[in-house]
Structures are given as structure tokens and as C-alpha cells.
Ligand binder design. Structure first.
Ligand code: HEC
Length: 229
């Protein structure tokens, strides 16, 4: 009984050494790893090629139109897409300024003011449309009805901006909401230049009107066309 066990033990030992080899022995096969954990992982190495991307290049070039961290923030003089329209002279240097006037705070004295403090031009509306679609639409939806894509991912508190309350809200209060956030909405002041915030509000007003338009909003000369449809 004992002899049989010893024989089996020795044979097993010999078999193990035959299969796994001596300690420190070099082999051409990669070592067998029981728990490799994170010893080897798919990752980008500096200056090394990578098969993951079609061009075989590991380090990536910055995406066109993005601003890498650490670079100068856009200001009206070097904004890639040009200066935001309507930027008044006194604000040209401080695109993310924190002055105390209506333009910078939305407040007139100690109450919310209303009105767009820069000239509303077709370019400003276009800029507002672009900025709204980039910074607001994923939550509030392209027509501001509160049905952006984030809703499907569980952001349940997003509100419609077509609400009567928001429609009647002073522009200055909306400006403050964008700048500093409100309840569960984050602050977008650090991401959006002051002039662009006003462009967004001007565009939002147009969106609100577009969802509540009557025949009187259509220029007289187009009425006949409307009736045909
Ligand atoms: C990440 C999602 C998200 C984005 C992006 C976002 N919002 Fe909101 N917004 C919310 C949520 C959530 C609320 C509801 C806040 C609350 O009352 O809890 C809200 C509320 C508001 C309100 C109503 C505030 C009030 O007084 O009730 C306004 C106005 C508004 N957003 C405008 C904007 C504009 C303009 C933008 C683009 C610059 C924007 N939001 C971008 C999530 C977002």
C-alpha cells in the first residue's frame, strides 16, 4: 500500500518535471500562466504601433476641431470657427468673463433682466443653433421638448423647455441656469462663452416660438401657399 503510494508519488514528480521543466530553464514556448491578471493588456504604448486602428498607428492625432487640454482656451481672436458674432468690444478679451453687468450675469440690479444684450443677427441665430445642438440637445432634445438621447439612458429629470413657465422666464434667469446650473442640471458656464450663451438663448426663443406658431407668424405673402397645403 505504502510502496504503491511512494511509487506513484515519484512517478508523478518525474512526470511533472518532464512536462514543466526545471526551475529557471529556458524554453521557446511562452510560459504557462495560470492567473495572468493584467500583466499583458491591450493598450496604447507611447510611440509604438498598434494593430487596433486601421492605420496601425498607436498614438492618435487630435480629432479635428477639438482643443487638447492644456492648450489656450478659445477666445474671440483665435476661435477656430471665428469670433462669436455680436461680441462687443469690451468683452473681446474675456470670453468667459465674470463681470457684474447684465451681459455677464443676467441680472439687472437684484432681479433677472430680460432681452438679448447683443445684436440678434442671422449669424447669431445660426451660431445659437449650432451651440444648442452641441451642448443642450442631447438632454433637452433638438426642439427643446425634453426628449434628448440621455433620457433613454436614465436621466429622468430633464425637463421640456417648451413649458409655459420656461417660455415666460426672463432671459437673464435662463442665462443664469446655463452659466451656473440649476438643481440636477450642471453648470455650462465653463464650457460656453458668454456671447454663445446669449446666442443659445436667442435660438431657444426661436425654438419655443416654432412650437407655438400660428398663421400670423407666417409672412402675409406666403399665406396663400400655406392654404394650398
Ligand atoms: C446633461 C443634461 C443637460 C444638458 C446638456 C443641459 N441641460 Fe438643461 N436641464 C437638465 C435637467 C436635468 C434640468 C432639470 C433641472 C431640475 O430642475 O432638476 C434642466 C433644466 C433646464 C432649464 C429649466 C430650469 C428651471 O428653471 O427649471 C433650462 C432653461 C435649461 N435646462 C436650459 C438648458 C440649456 C439652454 C442647455 C444648453 C446650454 C442645457 N439646459 C443643457 C439637463 C441638461
Amino acid at each position: 500500500m505504502l510502496r504503491g503510494f511512494l511509487l506513484l508519488f515519484v512517478l508523478t514528480g518525474v512526470a511533472l518535471v518532464a512536462i514543466l521543466g526545471f526551475r529557471g530553464q529556458k524554453g521557446s514556448q511562452p510560459p504557462f500562466e495560470l492567473f495572468p491578471d493584467m500583466v499583458r493588456q491591450v493598450k496604447v504604448r507611447a510611440q509604438a504601433p498598434l494593430g487596433f486602428f486601421a492605420d496601425g498607428r498607436g498614438p492618435r492625432l487630435p480629432v479635428a476641431g477639438t482643443v487638447p487640454i492644456g492648450y489656450e482656451m478659445p477666445n474671440p481672436e483665435n476661435t477656430p470657427s471665428g469670433a462669436p458674432p455680436g461680441e462687443s468690444l469690451s468683452h473681446q478679451r474675456v470670453a468667459f468673463s465674470a463681470g457684474t453687468d447684465y451681459y455677464n450675469t443676467g441680472k439687472m440690479g437684484d432681479r433677472w433682466g430680460t432681452g438679448i444684450p447683443i445684436e440678434v443677427t442671422p449669424q447669431l441665430m445660426e451660431r445659437g443653433r449650432e451651440r444648442f445642438n452641441i451642448t443642450c440637445a442631447m438632454c433637452h432634445g433638438a426642439t427643446a421638448t425634453g426628449n434628448g438621447i440621455t433620457k433613454q439612458y436614465g436621466l429622468a429629470t430633464v425637463v421640456t423647455l417648451q413649458d409655459d413657465r420656461i417660455r415666460k422666464m426672463a432671459d437673464g434667469e435662463i442665462f443664469n441656469t446655463l452659466t451656473n446650473g440649476k438643481n440636477t442640471m450642471m453648470a455650462y458656464g465653463p464650457n460656453i462663452m458668454v456671447a454663445d450663451r446669449w446666442a443659445i438663448i436667442a435660438y431657444l426663443r426661436a425654438l419655443q416660438r416654432s412650437q407655438n406658431a400660428s398663421i400670423n407668424d407666417v409672412p402675409e405673402e406666403h399665406h396663400a401657399e400655406m392654404e394650398k397645403k
